[in-house]
Design a binder for this molecule. Structure first.
Ligand code: ATP
Length: 189
């Protein structure tokens, strides 16, 4: 099976994330997408708005639950820190030797990709899928990475957090089960 790997803080996961992950599968670029929540970095100053790993992971699980092609993964939460994407990909390959993995990244990350740890290995072994970000350059025709021209939903986790903090609705921005969880646990209020 070909598995797309889509990482993020998912603070919280929103409809833009879910729709992009499903689009990767709908276009036949992967059979399934693993959404990997990144841990709080104990070596870095984290923004006060970044909530606990376990809460972000639970929301990711709820967001993926309706879709058999999506899976929430906590693999990075138990890895030594700081964790690098290549280490996550290597661990996934070692644990799932019959599957192949593809990295899913935005064009913002693609622009500085040659500064990523072991980027040559990622390009060779984890053929990246790159989605557009406003104003950022996409892979060219001779690139080993695959451009995925998709319109992203105009939503960000920052917008969701800000709306919640002001007591505004986020009904159309996050999956219903995630919204219920946010309300039940009084998150971002
Ligand atoms: P924040 O507003 O807190 O910076 P975010 O909405 O960008 O968060 P992240 O968890 O940082 O969410 O994103 C994980 C990945 O999802 C990022 O690599 C980012 O490029 C991508 N992403 C962000 N917004 C969208 C969107 N609307 N649709 C699809 N993907 C998105």
């Amino acid at each position: 099976m070909v598995i797309g790997v889509f990482g993020g803080s998912f603070n919280p996961v929103h409809n833009g994330h879910v729709s992009l992950a499903r689009e990767v599968v709908a276009r036949g670029l992967a059979d399934k997408v693993m959404m990997v929540v990144s841990p709080l970095n104990p070596l870095k100053e984290n923004p006060a708005s970044l909530i606990d790993d376990s809460l972000r992971m639970e929301m990711l699980r709820l967001a993926c639950a309706p879709y058999p092609e999506l899976e929430a993964s906590d693999i990075e939460l138990s890895m030594p820190r700081p964790s690098y994407t290549v280490d996550t990909l290597r661990k996934l390959s070692a644990e799932n030797p019959h599957d192949s993995f593809r990295l899913i990244i935005g064009a913002d990350n693609w622009e500085c990709f040659d500064r990523w740890k072991s980027h040559g290995e990622i390009l060779r072994d984890y053929s990246p899928i790159v989605y557009p970000r406003r104003g950022c350059v996409m892979p060219g025709e001779d690139s080993p990475a695959t451009p995925m021209w998709a319109d992203l939903l105009p939503v960000s986790s920052t917008e969701v957090r800000e709306r919640l903090a002001r007591g505004r609705e986020v009904n159309n921005l996050v999956p219903p089960a995630v919204l219920d969880y946010i309300r039940a646990n009084s998150l971002y209020s």
